[in-house]
Ligand binder design. Structure first.
Ligand code: BMA
Length: 886
């Protein structure tokens, strides 16, 4: 990349960027301080090697001081770890080149959390925010020969408690998490992953450590700390411009020339530049004169994700001083909140590149309690799983972490739209100056780091804190309410919103989720009912109401959270449990359940439509119970998602135009019951296989209204289709349809949901052999002139527990090796709902699973993620269908 290199006397410009690939000259030296450090506890009784990046828990486990923290009850047994203070120590020797540099920075990409840094025994600085990068100027503290670097970390639990005690004027709730979570208190007083003190799906592991990289950066004159680029489209001029921001750390004033270019778009501009001493931001804009040629970034399912190379070159006179390259993706995003014909309230939907897009996806939580154990493969597998289930969006939920760069890079490449929360969840927060100050730093740093990613389509201030205030989760006395509202507005509006909008004009900002958006603003940022379906987004949970009844769901503009729990599979639980744990009533089973009454709720919801397992063998009964909770969850989320998707084009009783369905939650942090569709370790639950289907671009949905069967054709495509519904009526006892009905061909415009079939159930059944609601079921699909469009769906006319004629299907199976995968051919002698294939702990994924089998034979593929064989798969494979559990 370097065309010509000459090192000038003064202008030693050097580049670094976490996001971008960088080509720089020799001027900047980096000494990597990652690797093996020493770790000790406060009284020195433990002294061990510790990997950096890493955390205390991981180090203790890697050195054999503790066993797997996820094993059985270890979350409670290992509570002592985070009640102690710990010190990380390393030594390093300076090179001669480094010691002559004008400036040397000691950089921590992330300290978790409350730390005091010292170098050669001299205090360098303090940290108290896990989400901030810290750099300390240390040139004067470095010495020849060995240097000793220490980071002392305070117990986050004790620190949070101290902060709480110091806050004497009023309570900042909640004081503690619900007892069932077995967590720690006052997490809202520490800028740290909020779920690390426990959540309703996760353990309490308040981590401590150097969770990101540590290094020395040495330079003369200046260095480039960060580069970001944000394309903006000007409608009036039909013109793109790319805003480029350089964060420069200069030792002294520097002058030069900067050339910015996107060669593929014939755009190049040169600027005379001048950088003042200290850390400064400089903004440059390049105009793209060939707007019509710009290839746009599209969400998954709507187009490709092309990018352009942006090169940034620094010159002094005619000599190239530095050169760096980064990716620029062009797309626009608008959040449309405008009056809706026939409905009170405002719309709430995203327009990407001018096209309204229905967001299909889920919510993302931290992938592991110990972030150092999140590998690129794990991230890739989860995000690919999202795309493979036809998702186009994920919400990075506000109780976790701002994800690592790789997460957003993969989302850019896969076309996953990211709804990015700021890390505040389900709580009130203090507003002391120190707290606000560190939040401001966090916000600026994160926005600068992330704003170049086209995948991020919205910033959102917090998770559920508007709702918590509005619906009084914390019993705040009425007289004190104004103070809490003032604090809320101060934190999320006066500080976070304002800062974000200064830093980034390329995407919308919402103050909370759920919120009424523009209406909440009208009401002073805390709406009377932030769950109002006429405005904004809605979170909706009901575990008691019958999830098969779509009338129980709010016809919201945008469903950003909804879901049901299930248990992970036995192969996921087995490594963290022992035989005595393997029953639904065991201590282990209730210990892992962090949601009050969660295990009972799952059984109650299941029992509405299914027989509960009744095997006499305790292990079979347990595994059957795990299975049936997954059936229940998959079926519940399917019903709710279908309701949202079919509500996109209509307004009913003033409600509708739903444009988003993000169920709670995609992934798991450990092996426990939760709302996730993917288990810890990456195994798909039945729900995730269902999502593949219910998020398909073209999809038929059936429901009943006043005993009339209605089928909608849903299309996310851009082009219009002409489709008919084909309904097959099966008897529970037969594998051949009793009869088949066809609707007439109807126009299904691109991006719409249209009713294509309507018939009273009674007349449908009357015309179909001896069918009754109890003896028959329906499958249905959409067809155009030549072929089926989208997957086949089904509709039960009664609860399966009442189905007459449902028999044990005696499914036999044959596994064969194919070129790139294995095929599994099933043979069944009767109708089998929810056929579930499980190969235990052989990691991998089936092409389809949990399906309704209404044919004698069906073949699915299995993609193994490690070498395996026909023999191993055959030996591990179990097949369960609904009738096998009772
Ligand atoms: C919502 C989320 C999470 C929680 C989930 C399930 O409140 O924002 O806080 O885990 O529901 O209860």
């Amino acid at each position: 990349m370097l065309l010509h290199v000459r090192l000038s006397g003064w202008a030693c410009w050097c580049l670094f960027s976490g996001v971008f690939s960088v080509f720089s000259l020799q001027q900047r030296l980096t000494v990597n301080l990652n690797g093996k450090w020493r770790l000790s506890n406060s009284n020195g009784s433990l002294l061990l090697p510790a990997q950096v990046p890493g955390c205390v828990h991981s180090a203790l486990q890697q050195q054999g001081y503790i066993t797997d923290p996820y094993f059985r009850f270890n979350d409670v047994s290992y509570r002592w770890i985070a009640l102690d203070n710990w010190t990380y120590t390393t030594t390093f020797t300076l090179s001669a080149e480094l010691s002559v540099k004008q400036k040397v920075l000691l950089v921590f990409d992330g300290v978790d959390t409350v730390g005091s840094v010292s170098l050669n025994g001299i205090a360098v600085g303090k940290t108290n925010n896990m989400f901030c990068r810290h750099d300390f100027s240390v040139k004067d503290l470095l010495k020849d020969g060995e240097n000793v670097l220490q980071v002392g970390l305070l117990s986050p639990i004790l620190y949070a408690s101290e902060q709480r005690k110091a806050h004497t004027s009023y309570v900042v709730p909640p004081e503690c998490p619900p007892g069932v979570q077995k967590g720690e208190c006052h997490v809202n007083f520490i800028r740290k992953e909020q779920s690390s003190f426990s959540w309703d799906w996760g353990p309490s592991f308040p981590t401590m450590g150097l969770w990101k990289g540590v290094r020395l950066e040495a330079f003369d004159i200046l260095q480039l700390v960060q580069v970001s680029s944000v394309p903006l489209y000007n409608d009036a001029f039909s013109q793109w411009r790319v805003q480029i921001e350089l964060l420069i750390d200069a030792v002294q004033t520097a002058r030069g020339q900067l050339t910015l270019s996107i060669p593929e778009l014939d755009s190049e501009q040169t600027f005379q530049t001048h950088f003042n001493p200290g850390k400064t931001k400089s903004n440059f804009t390049i105009l793209i004169n060939t707007a019509s040629q710009v290839k746009l970034w599209w969400p998954n399912g709507h187009g490709e994700q092309p990018f352009y190379r942006l090169t940034i070159r620094g010159f002094q006179d005619e000599f190239l001083i530095f050169s760096t390259e980064s990716k620029v993706y062009f797309r626009t995003v608008e959040l449309i909140q405008e009056p809706v014909v026939g409905s009170p309230g405002l719309s709430f939907y995203f327009r990407i590149n001018g096209k309204p897009i229905f967001l299909k996806g889920s919510n993302w939580i931290p992938v592991h309690s110990f972030q150092d154990q999140v590998t690129p493969d794990v991230l890739k597998n989860l995000l690919q799983s999202a795309v493979d289930a036809n998702m186009n969006a994920l919400r990075v939920w506000g109780g976790g972490v701002y994800e690592q760069d790789l997460f957003y890079e993969i989302c850019d490449e896969l076309g996953i739209m990211v709804w990015q929360d700021f890390m505040f969840a389900c709580a009130m927060y203090p507003t002391e100056t120190d707290f606000i100050q560190t939040v401001r730093e966090e916000v600026v740093q994160q926005v600068q780091r992330l704003k170049s990613h086209p995948s991020i389509i919205i910033w959102s201030g917090n998770n559920e804190n508007e709702a918590a205030l509005a619906t009084d989760w914390f019993d705040i006395p009425a007289s004190q309410r104004p103070k809490y509202i003032r604090d809320y507005v101060m934190l999320y509006v006066d500080n976070i919103k304002k800062l974000v909008q200064e830093e980034d004009q390329s995407r919308p900002f919402l103050v909370s989720s759920p919120t009424n958006g523009a209406e909440s603003e009208q009401e002073g940022w805390v709406a009377e009912n932030p769950y109002d379906p006429h405005y904004g987004d809605v979170h909706f949970y009901s575990y008691i109401l019958d999830c098969w009844d779509w009338r129980t769901f709010p016809r919201t503009r945008f469903a950003s959270e909804y879901g049901f729990q299930s248990w992970p599979s036995f192969s996921t639980l087995q490594p963290v449990s022992i035989k005595e744990d393997w029953s639904y009533g065991s201590n282990f089973t209730s210990h892992r359940q962090h949601h009050e009454d969660g295990n009972q709720q799952m059984i109650l919801q299941t029992a509405l439509h299914f027989h509960l397992p009744n095997a006499t063998d305790p292990l079979k009964r347990f595994t059957d119970t795990l299975y049936i909770t997954q059936v229940m969850q998959a079926q519940c989320v399917k019903t709710q998602t279908e309701f949202y998707r079919r509500s996109r084009s209509e307004i009913i009783e003033g409600k509708g135009h739903t444009m988003g369905a993000l169920y709670w939650q995609l992934n798991d942090i450990w092996q426990a019951p939760s709302w996730s569709s993917i288990e810890f370790g990456g195994k798909w639950k039945m729900l995730h296989y269902f999502a593949q289907s219910f998020f398909a671009a073209v999809f038929p949905v059936a429901f009943e209204e006043d005993d009339t069967l209605v089928i909608y054709a849903i299309s996310d495509l851009s082009r219009d289709l002409k489709l008919r519904a084909v309904v097959n009526v099966f008897s529970w006892t037969e594998l051949d349809p009793v009869c088949t009905l066809n609707s007439s061909m109807l126009l299904v415009p691109g991006g719409s949901a249209v009713a294509v079939f309507k018939q009273p159930v009674a007349s449908l059944l009357a015309g179909c052999g001896n069918c009754t609601r109890l003896t028959c079921l329906l499958t249905f699909q959409l067809e155009d002139d030549s072929s089926q469009q989208g997957p086949t769906n089904y509709h039960f006319l009664c609860s399966p527990k009442d189905a007459q004629g449902l028999r044990r299907p005696n499914i036999t199976v044959k596994v064969e090796e194919k070129k790139t995968c294995f095929s599994v051919t099933l043979h069944s002698d009767s109708v089998a709902p929810f056929v579930w294939l499980d190969v235990g702990n052989i990691p991998g994924r089936f092409s389809s699973n949990g399906f309704l089998m209404v044919s004698r034979n069906r073949t699915v593929d299995f993609n193994a993620w490690r070498p395996t064989s026909v023999a191993e798969l055959t030996a591990s494979l179990t097949i369960t269908s609904l009738r096998d559990i009772y």
